[in-house]
Design a protein around this ligand. Structure first.
Ligand code: ADP
Ligand code: ZN
Ligand code: ZN
Length: 731
């Protein structure tokens, strides 16, 4: 008989150990394959971690170990899912991030190969289901159903896989309002439409490249101002790596937002490129994954989880825009692609990691300055293009304001001038929707989400109230739900309102808006960016999405409608985020022949993140921010991690969190600062009430030991669930 040790698909701490099953099937199981096993009355997917042969019978074996074991069902794979290097990596990630091992395997693999029951429904072959309107009528629909119906109506070629709320879609199909149709999907096609010129590296680029190659350090940070040509350096390094017969892995924050970089890589490396990102269908992902496994693709470009791409002979890992927070996963395992990249590079003899950014994270810059990472710099923009002129406008001073108060006189007149010169404008407001909340003027009631308790945001486009956390929607009320008064006010403003105002105020404005609402339909983002780059519109309004690495030569004015928006959020990172956003946004102006200008509207004109952001003075910002971090003993001076306790009972969550904090304080003898418990901004959701404990410490090993004790206690408590976020960004 064969005895298999199997990890169960439920990624919870209480089940974070292998369970034994007897196996008598025909095929030979191997470590790293999936197998279906019975578990507490249901059939689950398991992942084989160990195989033992015994010449005992099942009964004899059970007698020896002292408990009964079940038979495993069907073997699901004919080869291990992950090679040895990736299995080692999984162990390291699980240990570092204190995440159940199975959750790491799940994060590493594409949908059709994940060790989960859901994976079995994912097609390994690619075909695509679409939905369209069959019979348009809004009668008798709930707000959620209405929202989806309008979304489908307003968009062509809506893929079923793009629709998050399948149950609502199914209702609409059941009512005959929407129908499904299938399209045979040709496999993921790597289009190379654009022709690119090959550049000779500039002297500065070449120096950076040489220094990277000759460095004895495993990791290098490339700090290069916007437009300094970091991409060319990446490309040149990747070429070298391929020549040496090794593979290259390039991570970008969001594929959508970097179409040019993608096309450039395709163009150069053709069939050797594979792409891994969330917008691919599961069939496409499976295909790309197989191409990498088979060694056909040797350059992989992708978002966060592409760090786990099964390349066998890594020669370089590049993280572009390393400071972007989407490199950190928000749910278990809460890994950061940068840290995983370094773990992985250590598996290969001469694989190095290159981190690139115009505004490096404080963590990376601090390490570079200390000499842990090689510090590389690109200080000049290509062709010596100057950075745009910037002006900070104090919005507290009414004399600066135009009569509508959202735009200053400066911004308004500059928009006018720019449009009249047939040049383009980018306006950034990092908040989507129309207004931030709906307030009753009579009783002061603010409409809130029934699950999350945060204010609902009014959306003009589909005329609904929406929760930005969980996606709950409801119709716009005509009367206050509390007192019945008809006097309701829309408070605050978001990107939709800026769009409305621009259309009203500038008659020659042709406006496009880009935010995650628009991005809910696939390809919308790239088509908007394409239109804007073809000058089919002259104003682009959006959230931080438009601040990312786009290259629009005709943009000569960037306006930050309210630059301090992020500063009011209670986070030790709010200054860093604000500085990065301003710097990145300003970098969009004046990339072509003409000189650019940026106007920064703010209520906090004296805040250092705004002043240094406007000056694009990274060094000054870094020094000031480090001073404050040191005073407050925040990262990078310490490590900071969070433990979130979730329970259906508010008291239980609070009580358990309190006791946890106590325990940590008692066990750590002053080595760990424990803060809280406190309620996060979104203090509850469908899973329950949340309480967060924050821990700051210098000794990582000590923290892990204590945390492991806590986990052992908490995982026995079935009234709470927990989440551990090591090196949390949200504190
Ligand atoms: P970054 O990523 O640092 O912001 P990019 O890589 O987007 O900068 O480069 C800015 C611009 O300069 C791009 O249009 C790019 O094609 C161009 N460029 C980069 N390197 C060179 C070079 N060596 N010679 C000429 N143009 C270059
Ligand atoms: Zn009221
Ligand atoms: Zn909600």
């Amino acid at each position: 008989m064969i005895v298999l040790n199997v990890l169960i698909e439920h990624a919870i701490y209480a089940l974070n150990r292998p369970f034994s099953y007897a196996y008598e099937g025909k095929e030979n199981p191997q470590i790293g394959e999936r197998i279906q096993v019975p578990f507490h009355g249901s059939l689950l997917v398991g992942y084989i971690t160990e195989i033992n042969e015994t010449n005992k019978s099942k009964e004899e074996y059970e007698k020896e170990i002292g408990y009964k074991i079940s038979f495993a069902n069907k073997l699901l794979d004919d080869a291990p899912l992950l090679n040895e290097e990736l299995r080692t990596l999984a162990n390291e990630v699980s240990k570092y991030y204190m995440a159940p091992l199975i959750s790491v395997y799940q994060a590493m693999l594409p949908p059709s190969l994940k060790p989960t029951s859901a994976s079995l429904k994912h097609a390994k072959i690619a075909y695509e289901k679409y939905v369209r309107i069959k019979d348009y009528s809004e009668d008798e629909l709930t707000a959620k159903q209405l929202e989806l119906l309008r979304l489908i109506k307003n968009n062509k070629n809506v893929k079923k896989s793009d629709i998050k709320s399948l149950s609502i879609l199914n209702k609409l199909i059941e009512y005959g309002r929407v129908e499904e149709y299938k399209v045979e999907k040709s496999r993921f096609s790597h289009e190379t439409t654009k022709e690119f010129v090959e550049y000779e590296l500039t002297k500065e680029q070449k120096e950076v490249k040489d220094k990277f190659i000759s460095s004895t350090k495993k990791v290098a940070l490339l700090e290069g101002v916007t437009g300094s040509g970091k991409t060319e350096v990446y490309i040149s390094l990747v070429k070298d790596v391929l020549t040496k017969g090794k593979d290259a892995l390039i991570l970008v924050p969001e594929i959508n937002l970097t179409p040019l970089m993608m096309q450039r890589f395709y163009n150069l490396f053709k069939g050797q490129v594979a792409i891994l990102h969330s917008e691919l269908t599961s069939g496409e992902k499976y295909d790309e994954y197989r191409r990498i496994v088979k060694g056909e693709a040797r350059v992989v470009i992708g978002t966060r989880s592409a760090i786990f791409a099964p390349l066998k002979n890594l020669g370089i890992i590049i993280l572009d825009e390393e400071h972007v927070e989407s490199y950190k996963q928000d749910n278990t395992p809460c890994y950061h692609a940068r840290e995983v990249a370094i773990m992985r590079a250590n598996h290969f003899e001469d694989c190095k990691v290159l981190l690139g950014s115009a505004t490096p994270s404080l963590e990376s810059e601090a390490r570079a300055l200390k000499g842990v990472y090689e510090h590389l710099e690109l200080k000049i923009r290509i062709n010596k293009k100057e950075l745009p002129l910037t002006k900070i406008v104090n919005m507290q001073d009414y004399r600066n304001l135009d009569k509508n108060s959202m735009f200053s006189k400066d911004l308004k007149s500059k928009i006018e001038e720019t449009l009249n010169r047939n040049e383009q404008v980018v306006l950034l407001l990092n908040r989507r929707g129309y207004s931030t909340s709906m307030l009753c003027r009579e009783c002061g009631h603010i409409m809130r989400c029934k699950d999350c308790d945060i204010p609902l945001v009014y959306h003009h486009e589909d005329n609904l109230m929406k929760c930005h956390n969980c996606g709950y929607v409801e119709p716009v009320p005509t009367r206050c739900p509390k007192c019945g008064s008809p006097y309701l006010a829309k408070i605050g403003f978001g990107s939709e309102r800026v769009e409305e105002l621009v259309k009203k105020s500038f008659e020659n404005a042709i406006v496009l808006r880009l935010d995650s609402d628009v991005g809910r339909v696939k390809n919308n983002i790239s088509s908007i960016l394409e239109k804007f780059s073809k000058n089919e519109a002259n104003v682009l309004i959006g959230t931080q999405m438009i601040a990312k690495g786009h290259d629009f030569p005709n943009v000569t004015l960037v306006g930050l409608v309210l630059a301090d928006l992020g500063l009011s959020l209670p986070s030790m990172r709010s200054s860093e985020r604000t500085f990065q956003l301003i710097t990145q946004a300003i970098g969009r102006a004046g990339r072509g022949e003409k000189k650019g200008m940026a106007i920064i509207q703010t209520y906090m004109p004296n805040h250092y993140s705004i002043i240094y952001g406007a000056r694009q003075d990274y060094k000054a910002f870094f020094n000031e921010e480090m001073r404050i971090r040191k005073l407050q003993q925040n990262p990078p001076y310490t490590f900071a991690s969070t433990l979130t306790i979730v329970s259906k009972s508010e008291e239980v969550a609070h009580d358990v969190a309190l006791r946890t904090i106590d325990l940590v304080i008692r066990q750590s003898q002053g080595e760990i600062t424990a803060i809280g418990p406190s309620k996060p901004y979104v203090s509850k959701d469908a899973t329950g009430f949340k309480e967060v404990c924050i821990f700051k410490y210098k000794k990582q090993d000590l923290f892990r030991t204590i945390m492991q004790n806590i986990l052992n206690i908490l995982s026995k408590n079935s009234s709470v669930s927990i989440k551990i976020d090591i090196d949390a960004l949200n504190i």
